[in-house]
Design a protein around this ligand. Structure first.
Ligand SMILES: [Zn+2]
Length: 426
């Protein structure tokens, strides 16, 4: 049924590989947000040649936005011959730092053994390239299609998406009637549809003390020891309780199918790096801890917070001189698109056509830009679907398989045909 469309994608394999490699060669490392403009313009220039209207939208005033590191997003739109729904493909163009341990240049876009290597290959320049090629093949095969197609390359996903999808969503870019369906080609494996993610609560806890000479700690009050009591209570009560909370959400990997909390950092007392000076002997009068709590659809954010504050309040009652402050840093509700939502069914049909099997439906352990589409744009017909193996993201020698990109481009193209043309192929 879709032979012509699928052949058009096969014929573009070399182009898909070259596009992926080119995207990797922009070192769009975030933080600080390097090379955003040239990367966004590269995508914009390509799509302009295919007849798309191009907009560059800067995330003015968002965290990290400066003239040295402007948060430049690209949004491309093509309106078909007749009215109809709009399908939007959204990819983030930023990547995390390369880090140590690479056996090849992370920003050279090296093609080898059926793979494209580089930082961002799987997360998610391979997905961006696959969606572009899927759209181009679709437009060439069915030039009379109704409705509209949008492709965006957005910034700052790796740091929360504030200058990227959140900024665009506030401006109405991810709401009806402009957009109806959103596909985010994050690397969730080509046979899986990602329906959403767990919730997040980040907070900073501070314990207070009283400064004194280190030789006479009994004269002061040690904030680090107070934090030690917090950590001990977490170990004894909180972590075992979180472990027992199972979810019906199909989170992958399975270890994340319950509540989790990470201790992101702890700081107190004199700086760890006193060189070239000398350490000075004090009783620390403050200690700060940041926590990263991931919660489930079955949990309420209020309960999630009170689990922590009830422990702190108890310590305040029981432990002499104990006092604390807690500050919210970030809060994201869990989100899960319904399995019978149009975009889910359309991409599922693509997976069935290409792989001759039902898709796996999964939930991501961490959040991605879908949160802004749902929370700010109030658009709930949104999934993540794209090539690449999630476990390779953010790791040395990151790669994306060429065959995976081709196949997932086919899935996206069939999904597009279902959403815009009723899936009739031809
Ligand atoms: Zn990503």
């Amino acid at each position: 049924m879709h032979d012509q469309l699928l052949n058009a994608i096969d014929a573009r394999t070399d182009d898909l590989v070259a596009l992926t490699a080119d995207l990797i060669r922009f070192p769009t490392v975030n933080p600080p947000g390097e090379a955003y403009r040239p990367c966004a313009e590269y995508v914009g220039e390509r799509l302009k040649k295919r007849g798309f209207g191009i907009e560059y939208v800067r995330g003015e005033g968002s965290p990290g936005d400066t003239d040295r590191y402007p948060r430049i997003n690209v949004v491309a739109r093509f309106d078909g011959r007749s009215p109809g729904p709009c399908v939007h493909f959204n990819s983030h163009i930023d990547v995390v730092e390369a880090g140590e341990g690479w056996s090849l240049d992370p920003f050279a876009g090296i093609v080898k053994d059926g793979r494209v290597y580089g930082r961002g290959a799987c997360d998610m320049k391979g997905g961006l390239a696959a969606s572009i090629v899927a759209v181009e093949a679709f437009m060439a095969t069915y030039p009379d299609f109704p409705g509209s197609i949008e492709i965006s390359g957005t910034v700052d996903e790796e740091s929360g998406g504030f200058g990227g999808v959140a900024h665009l969503a506030k401006l109405g870019y991810f709401s009806k009637p402009k957009v109806d369906h959103v596909i985010i080609p994050e690397p969730l494996n080509k046979e899986r549809i990602c329906l959403g993610h767990r919730g997040v609560w980040w907070a900073e806890i501070e314990t207070k003390g009283e400064i004194a000479h280190g030789s006479m700690p009994f004269l002061g009050d040690n904030a680090v020891r107070h934090m030690g009591a917090v950590l001990a209570a977490f170990e004894e009560e909180l972590f075992p309780a979180l472990d027992r909370k199972q979810t019906k959400m199909p989170v992958v990997p399975e270890g994340a199918r319950r509540s989790t909390m990470n201790i992101n950092s702890i700081h107190g007392g004199q700086t760890e790096d006193f060189r070239p000076g000398l350490p000075s002997p004090n009783v620390p009068d403050w200690c700060r801890l940041t926590i990263d709590r991931r919660f489930l659809l079955e949990e309420k954010i209020g309960d999630v917070k009170s689990e922590v504050t009830s422990i702190l309040d108890r310590l305040k009652r029981e432990r002499p001189k104990f006092d604390y402050q807690i500050r919210d840093l970030m809060e994201v509700q869990p989100t899960m698109t319904e399995r019978d939502a149009p975009v889910v069914k359309a991409v599922a049909q693509g997976i069935m056509e290409i792989f001759d099997r039902e898709p796996d439906y999964v939930i991501s352990p961490g959040t991605y830009d879908q949160k802004h589409v749902a929370r700010i744009g109030h658009l709930y017909d949104c999934i993540a679907y794209g090539p690449g193996i999630l476990d390779l993201a953010h790791r040395p020698d990151e790669w994306v398989g060429i065959e995976d990109m081709v196949q997932s481009a086919k899935v996206m193209a069939v999904g597009l045909d279902v959403l815009l043309r009723g899936g009739r192929g031809g």
